[in-house]
Design a binder for this molecule. Structure first.
Ligand SMILES: [Zn+2]
Length: 110
C-alpha cells in the first residue's frame, strides 16, 4: 500500500498523499474512560504527534483536552480515516464516537 501519511505544520495537519485531510481544532467525541471521568469525552484536538496505518485504519496520536472537564493529554491513537483500495477516506468524525486504539497487537515498526 503506497499512501503517504505525514504530519505537517508542527502537528496542525495530517496530510495524505500530499493533501491536507485532517486538521486540529475539530471536536471529537471519544469513548475513552481512561482519559477523564466524563462518560463521553468532548475532545478538542490540539496537535498531532504521530500517524500510523494500523490495518486499514489511519490513526493519529493526538493531544488535546476535554472541553467538559478540562482534562488534557493524549488519549491514544485515534482512527480518523481508513484506506480503501489504496485511497484515503475520512471517517464521519463529527458523528461517530471514536475509540482510541490501544494495545492492538504489536506491529512491526521498521
Ligand atoms: Zn472530561
Amino acid at each position: 500500500m503506497s499512501v503517504a501519511l505525514r504530519i505537517l505544520d508542527d502537528g496542525a495537519w495530517l496530510s495524505v498523499n500530499d493533501q491536507r485531510r485532517v486538521s486540529v481544532s475539530e471536536l471529537w467525541r471519544l469513548h475513552a474512560p481512561e482519559f477523564c471521568s466524563c462518560e463521553l469525552v468532548d475532545f478538542i484536538a490540539e496537535g498531532f504527534t504521530e500517524v500510523s496505518a494500523d490495518g486499514r485504519d489511519v490513526a493519529v496520536t493526538t493531544y488535546g483536552q476535554c472541553i467538559e472537564c478540562g482534562a488534557s493529554g493524549v488519549p491514544g491513537k485515534l482512527p480518523v480515516g481508513y484506506i480503501h483500495e489504496g485511497e484515503y477516506r475520512n471517517y464521519d468524525r463529527e458523528h461517530v464516537i471514536m475509540e482510541p486504539i490501544t494495545n492492538r497487537s504489536d506491529r512491526n515498526q521498521q
